[in-house]
Ligand binder design. Structure first.
Ligand code: NAD
Ligand code: ZN
Length: 367
């Protein structure tokens, strides 16, 4: 059964629909939002091959004119060069202000197309049709868009909210299992941050979530609602939104050390290790119980996610390297480390000015 989540940001609001087969309905949904609009689809080569014909057919059936820009699959497409190509293609397609940009792909396409929509003509409407689990539960919600600099990830960007998000759970059938698992780490994150009941539900129902159908729709909708609530309270990350970074300070450092080589470590795997580290650190410092820490670790491992730095094949790393990499993270302010730590499953908080020496000592024991 379909689910609907509303994202409310001050006076504005938009809907996230979650259901099986939404790509087939995209044309009629978009026509309702913007009758007669021209659409420019931004997608990547993998998604284009598997799912573009269905989307184009649906837009045709709704009488919507459309053009398509296909970029290479992978993080490299979040670059100045590809961003320029996308903008030029959108301008060449004679898109006007009332027209729509459609981001059809994973988080890479969403961030890139969203940033193009944010800047073209100082802001065009756009629709997200996320096709990875990560994009459905995380990157398509909340309006962060952007590209990478040679100095770091997501350093160039804008807040630009979509007008509509259509999360089709059926397109996830073609997602490589490793990508699905990685996205699932972000689903677990919402339970750990603030919803112990949801974490318990995931422990009992994760197999059904992986299998598809209603359990999957429920997990995605609960995740989107959790993110929407946090973003609604704090759109531009002045406070609470930082909770969404649970596992990410460590995770980003590990991704950086692995040189963003997806063969070694994909984002969600870094987050899984980071969340396990955050709970181990919290348990070690007496903030959280050993029982909760063990439950987190057990669940991540049973779904096949890594929980230890040593789980990353072929990565030799020292504690100081991890500290250095964390200090290069844009979320680190003036040398002090900010972490999301846990009092319990479902009760995380933003810990500012965590002593780097204490983290170093902890990491040395981990390695
Ligand atoms: P991705 O977009 O690279 O997709 C992963 C892989 O799956 C790609 O090879 C892609 O071609 C392929 N793919 C996508 N959909 C598919 C499908 N249905 N079937 C088969 N293959 C498919 O990666 P991602 O994990 O979706 O997103 C990662 C990006 O998201 C990062 O750049 C990250 O910075 C960004 N992100 C942004 C936010 C935000 O708030 N804006 C939040 C989290 C992550
Ligand atoms: Zn993440």
């Amino acid at each position: 059964s379909p689910a609907l989540v509303e994202v409310k940001l001050g006076a504005r609001a938009y809907e996230i629909s979650i259901d099986d087969g939404l790509v087939e309905e995209a044309g009629s949904r978009i026509a309702r939002l913007a009758p007669g609009a021209a659409c420019a689809i931004i997608t990547d080569a993998n998604v284009a091959k598997l799912h573009l014909p269905a989307l184009e057919k649906s837009l045709d059936a709704a009488g919507l004119r459309h053009s398509t820009v296909i970029v290479a699959a992978g993080e490299e497409s979040k670059s100045f060069g590809v961003f320029a190509e996308v903008c030029e293609a959108l301008i060449a397609a004679r898109l006007e202000r009332g027209d729509l940009v459609i981001a059809f792909g994973g988080g890479v396409v969403g961030d890139l197309a969203g940033f193009a929509a944010a800047t073209l003509r100082r802001g065009m409407r756009f629709v997200q049709i996320p096709t990875t689990l990560l994009a459905q539960v995380d990157s398509s919600v909340g309006g962060k868009t952007g590209i990478n600099s040679k100095h770091g990830k997501n350093l160039i960007g804008a807040f630009h909210q979509p007008s509509l998000v259509l999360a089709d759970t059926r397109v996830l059938e073609t997602l490589p299992p490793r990508e699905f698992r990685a996205g699932y780490a972000e689903v677990v994150k919402y339970g750990l941050i603030g919803d112990a009941g949801f974490f318990g539900w995931l422990e009992a129902n994760w197999r059904a979530v992986f299998a598809g159908g209603d359990a999957r729709i429920h997990a995605i909708a609960t995740s989107c609602a959790a993110k929407a609530a946090i973003v609604g309270r704090d759109e531009t990350e002045q406070g609470d939104r930082a909770l969404l970074n649970l596992g990410h300070t460590f995770g980003h450092a590990l991704e950086r050390i692995a040189r963003y080589d997806g063969a070694r470590l994909v984002h969600g795997e870094g987050v899984a290790i980071g969340m396990a580290l955050a709970f181990r650190f919290s348990a070690r410092t007496g903030l959280c119980s050993l029982e909760d820490q063990a439950r987190v670790e057990t669940h991540l491992r049973e779904v096949g996610l890594p929980t230890r730095i040593g789980d990353i094949a072929g990565l030799a790393v020292e504690a100081d390297e991890i500290i250095d990499a964390m200090q290069q993270d844009k979320k680190v302010e003036r040398g002090s480390l900010t972490f999301i730590l846990a009092r319990a499953i479902g009760d995380c908080f933003v810990a500012k000015k965590v002593d780097a020496g204490e983290i170093r000592g902890f990491l040395q024991k981990e390695l």
